[in-house]
Design a protein around this ligand. Structure first.
Ligand SMILES: *[C@@H]1O[C@H](CO)[C@@H](O)[C@H](O)[C@H]1NC(C)=O
Ligand SMILES: *[C@@H]1O[C@H](CO)[C@@H](O)[C@H](O)[C@H]1NC(C)=O
Ligand SMILES: *[C@@H]1O[C@H](CO)[C@@H](O)[C@H](O)[C@H]1NC(C)=O
Ligand SMILES: *[C@@H]1O[C@H](CO)[C@@H](O)[C@H](O)[C@H]1NC(C)=O
Ligand SMILES: *[C@@H]1O[C@H](CO)[C@@H](O)[C@H](O)[C@H]1NC(C)=O
Ligand SMILES: *[C@@H]1O[C@H](CO)[C@@H](O)[C@H](O)[C@H]1NC(C)=O
Ligand SMILES: *[C@@H]1O[C@H](CO)[C@@H](O)[C@H](O)[C@H]1NC(C)=O
Ligand SMILES: *[C@@H]1O[C@H](CO)[C@@H](O)[C@H](O)[C@H]1NC(C)=O
Ligand SMILES: *[C@@H]1O[C@H](CO)[C@@H](O)[C@H](O)[C@H]1NC(C)=O
Ligand SMILES: CC(=O)N[C@H]1CO[C@H](CO)[C@@H](O)[C@@H]1O
Length: 760
């Protein structure tokens, strides 16, 4: 069935195939069937809703073709069937065509008001257009938080048969949402479904309308088509019986009389509280299985809101539905089919207690700061439990000369100091930062420990994505000595200690932070021969030079993200004082408007010179990742590890990186499934039509010797002790008003964050 004018579709999809040629030939993994707790014992099915609709417009050509290229080869394609005026079935995600196509531009006067399940609905409807009328209409992105850049590819609306003939999917799932609506328009969904199923194989047929599904059941009793009753929200009334879906849940025996399975919102299985924490699972999967009903879970999307218990890792969510040791759903319906492919093909049934501190090293960033406040006992404990190879302590110094672990030298950033008795202890120190701060060295350890609470980091709060709110102020601060004592008997590869402002501390505070660190390590028994490796990280080479003179610790030079490097002309210099470098993600895969542009050669250049490369900073929140990684933190890690060959990952979420390290497909080498291949830098840009391309990037600066070589650290000045009380008295009115300005600008930021709601 040819559907119209849009020749660009052919061009785009051939580029698509070329761009993903790097993907290895698909290998079907021999799965151990008996390990799955599904009804049949087979691996759970992966059902791609409208194709790979998390990236391309739902039900578009590229969405369907990409689902099969980038996911498990047995992925089932899902089509939401709508009927045209002439009774043909097309695939579109919404009954309102204006919500998922450009029809309002093509037929500006085509709006109508109809009752849909009793609700007067205004929009453009397929029942008003013949298939010929729709040949000039294109499918577009219907979810605002997803990229609109593929809309210019002019995707034709696809008929159900097109999906089968164009993509030859291993399975087709037809979802029939509004039989009653179409009969009101004298169109018969039953007739359509019966006729299409004679032309193409229909593997699944789902509907939330009981009357429709039960009436059609007899016609499919001798076929391979599985009938699936779809549950909607528990309070919604099923249109043919007016009973709520919640009450129908108590009558699965009846549903079993005409259906072989049910499809439920994922919250039917794992309910969540109003503040989005996971409750214990319900008995619905085992109930359904006892009756011989299959059960599929719906509404999976990597960019959707999901429970805090998953730490923004969508792969972890799938595992709780398919690999929890108690039950497995029989399939998942998803907008991002690559993620359940990984979960089912490579991350299920792995031994979580295997410890391996080999490459890539997983280095925490302020502990597991994605889950708990930075550098607290809780965040370090979580990092250890989650399998980090190294836990990190950014060292700061208190007024009484105690080295502590604190992510920022400015307590305003990561503690409740502005609400403490020390809120007035503000100073402007241009050597450190342009804005006034309340610095660790202006409070004693006792003052910090007894009066301040930590604040969890929320780097994506402007998108309403906050971290573990129940624990936003939980945990205790740690001294460097506490941290080292804690780390000592843990199953770690080592500790990483980062040091900044060493020159300021020597000159202005009279502390040698380097000597403090060396003696703390020595007191804790982390000497040169210790089992736990010690790494020292700094952005200032003078710190590393001094450590090299005094110790044999492994030294990591952090290249600030403001100096992203292209050609490392200064590699020889770096090698003088560092064993490894830490570079930011974009030095490896530069990004414009959330699309990677290419892969640089920085990693191999540094490695060829014998310098290990660690990359920062990995975050699970999908807004922190370019589109190329499909809102899936595991795809991003896999790309840096396999595609770029990095030696280590510095992350707020060690659990995700360590699950990656354990996945069973890493051992398979060339035979690993295609969805475990790294993404290609700049791959998606090739699929965007020219008028929609984001701006090109300006070339990255070259890091040269003058950026790297620093004067030696200044001598340690004699201490000028200033008591806290004296400091309070010294507080000037102008400092106070600066503090007030700062507090009010924080409120501005908060207000802005509340306005910009990104999630759908
Ligand atoms: C499959 O899994 C079951 C249960 O975990 C195990 O007993 C069996 O040995 C496995 N078979 C193979 C071939 O790995
Ligand atoms: C639905 O609403 C539109 C606009 O308000 C109105 O014109 C139309 O008559 C209504 N249709 C029904 C069936 O109530
Ligand atoms: C459906 O058919 C009936 C009987 O032929 C007719 O009265 C009614 O107007 C039609 N409805 C629509 C929406 O075409
Ligand atoms: C289940 O549904 C059938 C058909 O509607 C009805 O006859 C029966 O009474 C229901 N059973 C329960 C327990 O609700
Ligand atoms: C989810 O997290 C909350 C808070 O940490 C915890 O109380 C709850 O038990 C967790 N839910 C599940 C099902 O583990
Ligand atoms: C998992 O790995 C640990 C550590 O290597 C080992 O002791 C344990 O027996 C393994 N468990 C299983 C079920 O293979
Ligand atoms: C904070 O410490 C610095 C360095 O000792 C000092 O110059 C400054 O006055 C102190 N500020 C306050 C408010 O105590
Ligand atoms: C480590 O070794 C160096 C050189 O062998 C020595 O000077 C230094 O004191 C040692 N450091 C510690 C912490 O033991
Ligand atoms: C690095 O430390 C030196 C002192 O050793 C200092 O002069 C220099 O300004 C520091 N560089 C940066 C970029 O802070
Ligand atoms: C483009 C558009 O109108 N998108 C809307 C489609 O419908 C969903 C759900 O009703 C909305 O969330 C989108 O904003």
């Amino acid at each position: 069935m040819a559907m119209g004018r849009r020749s660009s579709v052919g061009r785009v999809s051939s580029i698509l195939v070329v761009a993903f040629l790097f993907l290895q030939q698909v290998t079907v993994i021999a799965r151990n069937a008996s390990a799955w707790l599904t009804l049949t014992g087979n691996a759970p099915a992966i059902v791609a809703k409208g194709g790979f609709s998390g990236l391309f417009p739902d039900s578009s050509h590229d969405a369907y073709s990409f689902a099969l290229i980038a996911s498990s080869p047995d992925t089932i394609l899902w089509c939401d069937v709508r009927l045209t005026k002439d009774g043909l079935g097309i695939c579109l995600p919404d009954i309102k065509l204006d919500n998922c196509t450009d029809i309002s531009n093509i037929y500006p006067n085509g709006q109508n008001g109809y009752l849909v399940n009793g609700v007067n609905t205004t929009g453009w409807f397929s029942v008003d257009y013949s298939i010929q009328d729709l040949s000039t209409v294109a499918v577009t992105q219907s979810i605002y938080s997803r990229t609109f850049r593929f809309d210019f590819n002019n995707y034709a609306i696809l008929a159900v048969e097109d999906v089968v003939t164009n993509f030859e999917p291993p399975g087709l799932w037809l979802n029939i949402q509004h039989d009653i609506f179409y009969s009101q328009h004298n169109l018969s969904m039953t007739e359509y479904v019966l006729s299409v199923s004679k032309r193409v194989p229909v593997n699944y047929l789902s509907s939330p309308e009981l009357a429709f599904l039960s009436s059609i059941a007899a016609d499919f009793s001798n076929s391979d088509t599985k009938l699936v009753f779809r549950f909607l929200g528990k309070d919604i009334a099923e249109p043919s019986t007016s009973q709520t879906y919640g009450s129908l849940l108590n009558n699965l025996t009846y549903i079993k009389t005409f259906a072989s399975g049910i499809l439920v919102p994922k919250s039917y299985i794992w309910p969540v509280t109003s503040d989005n924490y996971l409750l214990p699972y319900t008995s619905i999967v085992t109930d359904a299985h006892k009756l011989g009903l299959e059960i599929y879970a719906a509404d999976f999307a990597n960019d959707n809101t999901f429970s805090y218990n998953y730490s923004y890792d969508p792969l972890a969510e799938y595992l709780s539905f398919v690999d929890n040791g108690v039950f497995s759903v029989d399939g998942v319906v998803t907008d991002f089919p690559i993620t359940p492919s990984e979960a089912i093909g490579c991350f299920s049934h792995v031994n979580k207690s295997v410890i391996n501190h080999g490459k890539p090293l997983i280095i925490s960033h302020n502990g597991a700061s994605g889950d708990y406040p930075d550098c607290t006992d809780l965040s370090y404990q979580k990092a250890v439990d989650d399998g980090a190879d190294f836990i990190d302590c950014p060292v700061q110094v208190t007024q009484d000369g105690i080295a502590i672990c604190m992510s920022s030298i400015d307590l305003i950033v990561d503690t409740t100091v502005t609400k403490s008795p020390f809120a007035s202890r503000l100073s402007s120190i241009p050597e450190i930062q342009n804005t006034p701060g309340i610095f660790t060295f202006n409070l004693t350890w006792d003052e910090i420990q007894k009066n301040l609470k930590p604040i969890i980091s929320n780097p994506e709060s402007t998108y309403q994505l906050v971290r573990n709110p129940r624990y936003a102020n939980a945990g205790s601060f740690m001294r460097l000595s506490d941290f080292l004592a804690y780390a000592k008997d843990k199953p770690l590869g080592g500790v990483l200690i980062s040091i900044e402002y060493a020159a300021f501390m020597a000159e202005k505070l009279g502390f040698s932070v380097i000597d403090m660190v060396i003696s703390a390590l020595s007191d804790a028994g982390h000497n040169n021969q210790t089992a736990l490796e010690v790494m020292i990280l700094s952005t200032n080479s003078s710190v590393l030079v001094e450590f090299r003179q005094k110790t044999k610790f492994k030294l990591v030079y952090k290249i600030d993200e403001s100096i992203r490097i292209s050609v490392a002309s200064s590699i020889v210099e770096i090698k003088e004082f560092a064993d490894a470098v830490a570079i930011d993600r974009q030095s490896v895969y530069p990004v414009t408007q959330q699309f990677t542009t290419r892969q640089t050669d920085v990693v191999s250049k540094l490695q060829n010179a014998g310098i290990a490369v660690y990359v920062y900073l990995f975050q699970n929140e999908f807004v922190a990742q370019p589109w190329d990684f499909f809102s899936d933190a595991t795809v991003e890690i896999n790309t840096y590890v396999q595609g770029a060959g990095v030696d280590g990952i510095i992350t707020d979420f060690p659990a995700t990186a360590s699950a990656y390290k354990r996945n069973s497909c890493r051992k398979m080498g060339k035979n690993a499934p295609s969805y475990m291949s790294p993404a290609q830098g700049g791959g998606l840009l090739q699929l965007i039509s020219p008028q929609s391309l984001p701006p090109a990037l300006s070339p990255m600066p070259v890091l040269d010797v003058s950026d790297v070589v620093e004067p030696p650290l200044p001598p340690v000045a004699p201490k000028l002790a200033l008591s806290p009380a004296a400091a309070d008295i010294a507080q000037s009115p102008s400092q106070l008003s600066a503090a007030l300005r700062l507090v009010s600008s924080l409120f501005m930021l908060l207000a802005l964050a509340c306005v910009s709601l990104l999630l759908v």
